[in-house]
Ligand binder design. Structure first.
Ligand code: CA
Length: 426
């Protein structure tokens, strides 16, 4: 079935600008509370949010097999479970409804009043109920830089790294949408030169510039997903800030891996941009440097040219962009990650979230976390209005953005913006 929603020539009757992340070719999916305190699934064109629950009730999705309440939900999980064919039919229909040549809704003022909202009239929620969250470590530059900092140049990459997309199971309960502040965590750490660990506020809170993909029900218990089918089970992507407390992480990680230094917060952009919308921006992943197992071998372009940036905005100051990276730098792509995740038969469900790991590029201005950008504090990052950062200070806001651009069409993710509050006090 063709993705007619991606037609680059299509114009919409909704007011937009050329610089918007959300032209009619995007049609992302999210969940929001309306001014009447009703929760609904929606999409967005320009700065207009569209209530898909109301559109469906008014009959605009006639002919597409959807249950009556599919959009009147507090999460996208059931819609995502309907599968790729349905996602595509719905996106194509939304594109038609809002096409400038299409008059039905455009000329119906009463219906427009019901389905269209300004962004100041809604409150974005987490788009899915995340059953399971897995975090990968798929950037070679990031893995090598952290390795150099922890173990030295010689042992930068661990022996397994080039053979598999390394990952761990994270915690879904602390995934929150953009705009919800996060407290500096407390925990155990071991200061160099000390003889015993101490407990207290983390001194080195970091962001990780990641993207996460969201899956549909993919496989039965015990059944691996072949790599050539993996992308059929990926609904879309969000920006993902995987907050990390480096001192807690460093003391606790042996032998079972990341725990409290990583699970206090991860923040996501609220609009899921579908894999279908990203189709025009496919590019090749980096070439494998070693022979990979057959279950990880793929054909074609399996990644996307997504420009990414991170800014730090201190309280009452201006923001400074501290990193510019790109999703395409990831050594392991999403199809490989999902094939690897299920290679042992582990089932994946609708709404599961898979983080990429910090996305670092080849140059020091493209690193995906402060640990690398400041080289563990050796090279503080300068801010525009003076001052510098080795890691994130209390009351700093970290803002991540991402977009694709080709042939005059820009598809963006909006932003994930999170303020770091001081340690929680009752
Ligand atoms: Ca991470």
């Amino acid at each position: 079935m063709p993705i007619t929603a991606n037609n680059p020539d299509r114009k919409t009757w909704i007011k937009t600008t050329t610089t918007t992340d959300f032209p009619i070719q995007n049609i992302p999916f999210g969940v929001f509370l309306t001014r009447d305190d009703i929760i609904t699934i929606g999409t967005r064109i320009g700065n207009t949010a569209i209530d898909l629950g109301a559109l469906h009730q008014l009959g605009y999705f006639e002919g597409i097999p959807l249950t009556d309440d599919i959009f009147l939900q507090d999460s996208l999980n059931d819609f995502i479970s309907d599968g790729k064919k349905t996602w595509r039919l719905v996106r194509n229909r939304i594109a038609e409804i809002f096409d400038v040549e299409h008059k039905t809704l455009q000329n119906n003022e009463a219906h427009c009043k019901i389905v269209l909202f300004g962004l100041d009239e809604i409150e974005m929620q987490l788009p899915v109920t995340v059953g399971d969250y897995t975090d990968f470590f798929s950037s070679k530059e990031h893995a090598a830089n952290l390795g150099k900092l922890y173990r030295g140049e010689e042992k930068a990459l661990l022996p397994n790294w080039l053979h598999m997309p390394v990952g761990y199971h994270g915690r879904s309960s602390s995934i929150v949408p953009s705009g919800i502040p996060v407290h500096r965590p407390q925990g155990q750490k071991f200061i160099n030169g000390a003889t015993t660990p101490i407990f207290g506020p983390s001194r080195v809170v970091d962001f990780e510039l990641e993207m996460a993909f969201i899956t549909t029900d993919a496989n039965h218990f015990g059944e691996p997903i072949p790599i050539e089918e993996a992308e059929d089970y990926i609904f879309g992507l969000v920006l993902f800030n995987d907050w990390s407390a480096r001192d807690i992480q460093q003391w606790e990680y042996a032998p079972l891996g990341p725990f409290l230094g990583k699970n206090f917060a991860s923040t996501v952009s609220p609009w899921i941009v579908t894999l279908d919308a990203l189709e025009p921006y496919r590019v090749a992943s980096p070439k494998p440097e070693t022979q990979q197992f057959p279950y990880l071998q793929y054909e074609g372009d399996k990644t996307f040219d997504i420009h990414l940036e991170v800014a730090i905005e201190p309280e009452n100051s201006v923001s400074t962009v501290v990193s510019k990276s790109n999703f395409k730098y990831l050594y392991w792509n999403m199809a490989q990650q999902l094939a690897h995740h299920t290679s042992n038969g582990c089932p994946v469900n609708s709404g599961d979230m898979m983080g990429s790991g910090a996305i670092s590029g080849p140059t020091p201005d493209s690193y995906g976390c402060m640990m690398e950008l400041s080289w563990n504090g050796e090279k503080p990052v300068q801010l525009k209005e003076g001052g510098s950062r080795k890691f994130i200070d209390d009351n700093d806001t970290v803002i991540m953005k991402g977009y694709c651009k080709k042939n005059g069409v820009r598809i963006g993710f909006g932003e994930v913006s999170t303020k770091l509050l001081p340690v929680f006090k009752k």
